[in-house]
Design a protein around this ligand. Structure first.
Ligand SMILES: NC(=O)C1=CN([C@@H]2O[C@H](COP(=O)(O)OP(=O)(O)OC[C@H]3O[C@@H](n4cnc5c(N)ncnc54)[C@H](OP(=O)(O)O)[C@@H]3O)[C@@H](O)[C@H]2O)C=CC1
Ligand SMILES: O=C1O[C@H](COP(=O)(O)O)[C@@H](O)[C@H](O)[C@H]1O
Length: 495
């Protein structure tokens, strides 16, 4: 791995503290950082190096996967870090940063390989990229890379504008667009499951699969992020990026060979084959919701509109479910259902692949005949098969289950930063994917904007609005594996 400089814009922010420093430190402990490297953290505050180091040390103590028993390791890591006061709109600050970067390169005798990580609000993405170019920071005799956080644009138009500005300063193969779902080990495992197991590969098509359900439900609400979230909603926050990435990973064809270009090419083809929705079709295929007030675990919880920072008449979606069709020979006729929402019954990110029934009524068993890929918080793969109970002869489910018991799994950010250091862009979003995703989502954004479809208020702590259940019932399916509510459990007991 090349020796290099890691410049962290937003080095005093929440993401830096919770994810980026712990990731860098873990890579350092595992010997996965370059032999010699320099980290430069940036923030607006006037801070001494010592104060900044203290903050980084705290973040490592609070969030790191590994903690070295040896104080010397953390000192050695902190020793690689310098702080520079920086405002994104002040050109002099870029010049001061350039001087610091160069001084450190000379001091450490490392080449001008520079990785710029934009962990700042998206309003600064284009300004910083442009100023990296204009200040000379991006003029290196080595390589340069840009890691950029989400959200990448607010809609199709703004994403295109942002990309065009970025591409004035960085080439596509120098840009690493983070989608942290692509850092999740079980998401990375999907391609192996499908392509390395002929038994699954043979079934991975419309001949055998009835429908695919992709869920990312969360128990948390908007938390302290109303300023951002109320402008974004579930559609921009989760659906346009993470959920469509999960769809691509599930539905892509086996690439001719396993490489970044080939995999991203196959993912692109999935989005290209997505049947477009026009604004009039949105209501039949998309459900939007917003959590209301209610009681969860015997505690009163506020509705979304009453959350701090949220507009009292907000029409922002905190839940979205959609039915999508992939019009290619493999998937034609197979509905893909996607849903994501806040303040739901459980934290669960999972993909359920439901196989077609055998056709023989004798052998039907409701929840079986599925492959379930659990991504978060558990990592597991379960094949639910139909089986006959040897005692009473009734049909029941036989589950073949793999649960990851590895306790020391690296965080997604650790895997992604490591990939970027190595120059492997497989699990970063290519511009083609981002643009196609916005393109597909745009009519939904327009329909929301024009209030063409109802905004269903849903009870917190349950499985989302009724309308999202009806979306599947129309096709003869139901969301699988939803944890039953207390009321549902009581009904089962009474029966
Ligand atoms: N936090 C999270 O869990 C996630 C965050 N993201 C994305 O990561 C990025 C950073 O988010 P997050 O860390 O939460 O944000 P924070 O608000 O916590 O941090 C923002 C950072 O930007 C710096 N900053 C603010 N204004 C300027 C300016 N004018 N010039 C230079 N630097 C400035 C702040 O410096 P100062 O300390 O001086 O204010 C701070 O370091 C965003 O794009 C967000 O969407 C993505 C996924 C999850
Ligand atoms: O990007 C985001 O993801 C989180 C959910 O991530 P997960 O890894 O916990 O599944 C979500 O809470 C947040 O709103 C969104 O910005």
């Amino acid at each position: 791995m090349d020796n290099m400089t890691f410049v962290l814009f937003g080095g005093t922010g929440d993401l830096a503290k919770r994810k980026i420093y712990p990731a860098l430190y873990n890579l350092f402990l595992e010997g996965k950082m370059p032999k010699t490297f320099s980290i430069i953290g940036l923030g607006r505050g006037d801070m001494t190096e010592e104060q900044f180091h203290k903050g980084v040390e705290n973040s490592i103590h609070t969030f790191s996967r590994h903690l070295s028993e040896n104080d010397f390791k953390i000192k050695a890591f902190l020793n690689t870090i310098r702080y520079s006061q920086f405002d994104a709109n002040t050109m002099d600050d870029y010049q001061r940063l350039l001087k610091l970067v160069k001084d450190r390169e000379n001091e450490l005798n490392i080449p001008e390989n520079r990785l710029f990580y934009l962990s700042v609000s998206p309003v600064f993405f284009d300004t910083i990229a442009l100023n990296i170019k204009q200040s000379g920071l991006g003029t290196t005799t080595g390589w340069k890379k840009l890691i950029i956080e989400k959200p990448f644009g607010h809609d199709l138009k703004s994403a295109r504008e942002l990309n065009s500005k970025l591409s004035n300063a960085f080439k596509e193969d120098e840009i690493y667009r983070i989608d942290h779902y692509l850092g999740k080990p079980m998401v990375r495992n999907i391609e192996a499951l499908e392509f390395a197991n002929p038994v699954l590969q043979a079934l991975w098509n419309n001949k055998f699969i009835a429908n695919v359900q992709i869920t990312a439900s969360e128990t948390v609400g908007v938390e302290q992020r109303a300023g951002y979230y109320d402008q974004a909603g579930a559609i921009r926050d989760m659906f346009q990026n993470h959920m469509l990435q999960l769809l691509m990973m599930t539905a892509m064809h086996s690439p001719k060979q396993i490489g970044a270009n080939e995999i991203r090419e196959e993912k692109r083809k999935v989005l290209e084959a997505l049947r477009p929705l026009n604004k009039d079709e949105v209501e039949q295929n998309v459900v939007r919701g917003q959590y209301g007030a209610g009681v969860v675990d015997n505690e009163n919880v506020s509705g979304y509109k009453d959350e701090p920072g949220v507009a009292i008449n907000s029409q922002t979606d905190t839940f979205i479910a959609a039915r999508l069709w992939i019009d290619n020979p493999d998937w034609s006729g197979v509905p893909f259902y996607i849903r994501t929402g806040k303040k739901m019954r459980e934290k669960s990110t999972r993909i359920v692949v439901e196989f077609k029934k055998s056709g023989d009524e004798l052998y039907l068993n409701e929840d079986s005949n599925q492959l379930v890929i659990e991504i978060n918080p558990n990592e597991a793969v379960t094949l639910h098969l139909n089986s006959k109970n040897p005692i009473n002869g009734h049909m029941e489910s036989m589950d073949v289950e793999y649960v990851s018991e590895q306790s020391d799994v690296p965080d997604g950010y650790e895997l992604l930063i490591y990939d970027a250091l190595l120059g492997d862009s497989t699990y970063f979003a290519h511009w083609n994917e981002v643009e196609l995703a916005w393109n597909w989502v745009q009519p939904i954004l327009d329909a929301f904007e024009e209030n063409r479809i109802p905004l269903h208020e849903y009870e917190p702590g349950l499985n989302g609005p009724e309308a999202a259940h009806r979306l599947l019932e129309e096709d003869g399916f139901k969301w699988s594996l939803d944890k039953p509510t207390v009321k549902e459990k009581e009904l089962v007991l009474q029966a």
